[in-house]
Design a protein around this ligand. Structure first.
Ligand code: ATP
Length: 565
């Protein structure tokens, strides 16, 4: 996994080495400053040479200035490295998410997915920047400071070293606890996101049922859980900070007392004493870094693991290696003994059906009979569990998915509109369509009068999911998209919601115009549509139980006759 992780550094190696080099240099400066102070006190001060003292002070200031310049590079360019890696990963995650199959989305919750693409990757970015650099610098300053302390006074250095294991235990213990609490916090944030996504996305339903208080209660539970977990984290943080602070001061006081006795006995110079005290600070600082690494590293790694899992989730439906680009299809469709279930429960059972190019077939039957499911197999949103489907004699899975879907138009019951303009939403049928083409498609979809009435015309914002349009208007936008797409095969899942007769007529006119010259499969809820169909397939319990023209089916006196009666 680490190899995969470091693979992301490859495009940014220059940036990495710049950041790393500057961080190492800055670490070396930190080690050198106490020595400079020692030399200042022990060698410069006794000379009583004021101009030399000033020169040394200026020299020191220059070094500090260089070090602060290095800090700018480390902080800015180091984070740039992190955000570059994060951006690349986010792009890949999004790309991958848009390719995953419907079955996978059926089982996922959007809030959690959003958290993966945002929060998880932010964590990874932090680790990508701080991880390797902090770990290296911490070890370098730790060992460097100890060697320097040892050269100043070995006995004093050993006293300091004796306390290190206790401090390390402290850091690791609290680091571990911190990691666990952070993990809990992030899982709570995930719960939060899911709840927010659903409550706000469904706010109209919440209000329609007067369930605001109920939602608030559910939210309050998550909110309180989050609070509790966060308080736990603060408790750990407070205890760990206080203990680490106290540990460091303890060492400093011990060094002060023992060091003072060495100074008095002449075993240590005053400069050495002061330098040593400063080095104690430098020596223990990496412990904080180690603590920080211990805290952020597992979060980043956990995030990276989830990210890898996501990328490793193969889209269930993808192009076979030998798939061909679909030729321009005529629209002869055959279902050959097709069965399907979303899970173990069979939904479609041995469907055999042949539809000729240009034919309009209406699917009717009780709710839950499997009409929508059957038609979802044609653009390969789901894969049949048995049997096969061909178009113009070519099996669906022998064609490249995009080239197949490009030739199937879909007008579904719930039209999903994006939050932009009417133009963008219609042009979704064929990205890059000209304004003239969009207007023509809108007119064909009976949206002409609406466009003329809207002061902003095509630039009208439709609101989130198209809330500013009526149900009938949204349907017509979907029809306009299909006109623009101009596919040989059309799937129409008629809206069940009642439309007024005028709107229904307009939509029917638009649909009739749309289906001319195309193979059309309609899930019909309205008599009007059924009458226009060449044939009617009656479905029940995942089977086609009757098939034929309206008159013949009525005469047959079976399921259809009962349904339409
Ligand atoms: N994504 C899904 N995951 C699991 N089960 C599903 C899914 N979609 C539909 N089902 C189930 O499959 C069965 C058939 O549903 P389908 O939507 O195909 O029926 P339908 O005939 O189109 O009904 P309606 O006329 O009410 O739209 C139903 O029992 C439904 O619960």
């Amino acid at each position: 996994m680490l190899r995969d992780f470091f693979g992301y550094y490859r495009p940014w190696l220059g940036l990495f080495w710049l950041d790393f080099g500057c961080a190492v240099l800055s670490g070396l400066f930190e080690l050198a400053f106490p020595l400079a102070i020692t030399a200042f006190i022990d060698h410069l001060l006794p000379q009583g040479n004021w101009s030399l003292t000033v020169a040394a002070a200026i020299g020191l200031l220059v070094l500090y200035a260089i070090n602060s310049g290095l800090m700018v590079i480390v902080i800015y360019w180091g984070h740039k490295l992190g955000i570059n890696i994060e951006t690349e990963m986010r792009a890949r995650a999004f790309d991958h998410l848009t390719r995953l199959s419907w079955r996978w989305y059926d089982r996922s919750r959007t809030g959690k997915l959003v958290a993966r693409v945002t929060r998880d990757l932010e964590e990874i970015g932090e680790v990508a920047h701080h991880g390797p650099e902090d770990a290296f610098i911490a070890i370098m300053t730790f060992i460097g400071a100890f060697i320097l302390m040892f050269t100043i006074n070995p006995s004093l250095a050993l006293i300091v070293a004796l306390i290190v294991p206790a401090m390390l235990v402290l850091v690791i213990f609290y680091g571990g606890r911190m990691t666990r609490t952070w993990r809990a916090i992030y899982s709570r944030v995930g719960d939060f996101n899911v709840r927010l996504e659903e409550a706000l996305g469904g706010v109209r339903v919440v209000q329609a049922f007067g369930n605001e208080a109920h939602e608030s209660e559910l939210f309050a539970a998550d909110n309180q859980n989050y609070r509790k977990t966060k308080l736990e984290a603060y408790k750990v943080m407070a205890a760990s900070s206080a203990l680490q602070y106290m540990g460091l001061r303890l060492v400093q006081v011990v060094v002060m007392v023992v060091g003072a006795s060495f100074v008095l006995s002449g075993d240590l110079t005053t400069g050495g004493f002061v330098g040593f005290l400063l080095l104690v600070g430098v020596f223990y600082r990496p412990l904080e870094k180690i603590a920080a690494v211990i805290e952020t590293y597992p979060r980043g790694i956990a995030g990276f693991r989830r990210y890898q899992e996501l990328l490793a989730t193969e889209p269930e439906i993808a192009d076979a290696p030998d798939a061909i680009p679909a030729p321009v299809l005529r629209g002869d469709i055959r279902f050959e003994n097709v069965s399907f279930g979303y899970d173990d429960r069979p939904i479609l059972r041995g469907i055999d059906l042949t539809i000729k190019a240009g034919e309009t077939v209406a699917f009717v039957g009780p709710s839950g009979a499997g009409k929508t499911t059957l038609l979802a197999l044609l653009p390969r949103f789901y894969e049949p569990s048995a049997g096969r489907i061909t178009v113009d004699g070519i099996a669906l899975d022998q064609m490249q998915l995009h080239s197949l879907r490009r030739q199937i138009g879909l007008v579904s019951q719930d039209v999903f509109l994006f939050g932009g303009t009417l133009r963008e939403n219609i042009a979704y049928g064929r990205l890059g369509a000209s304004d003239a083409e969009i207007v023509q498609a809108a007119r064909q979809a009976q949206l002409g009068p609406l466009l003329e009435n809207l002061p902003e015309g095509l630039d009208t914002i439709v609101g989130e999911r198209g809330v500013m349009l009526s149900g009938g208007q949204k349907q017509r936008v979907a029809i306009a998209r299909a006109f623009l797409k101009n596919p040989p095969i059309l799937i129409l899942d008629e809206a069940t919601s009642a439309l007024d007769s005028q709107t229904e007529r307009e939509i029917q006119t638009a649909l009739d115009a749309l289906s001319v010259g195309r193979t059309t499969l309609v899930i019909a809820h309205r008599l009007g549509t059924i009458r226009h169909a060449d044939r009617i397939a009656v479905m029940q319990d995942g089977r086609i139980v009757e098939m034929g023209e309206h008159g013949a089916l009525v005469a047959q006196g079976g399921v259809y006759a009962r349904l339409s009666g």
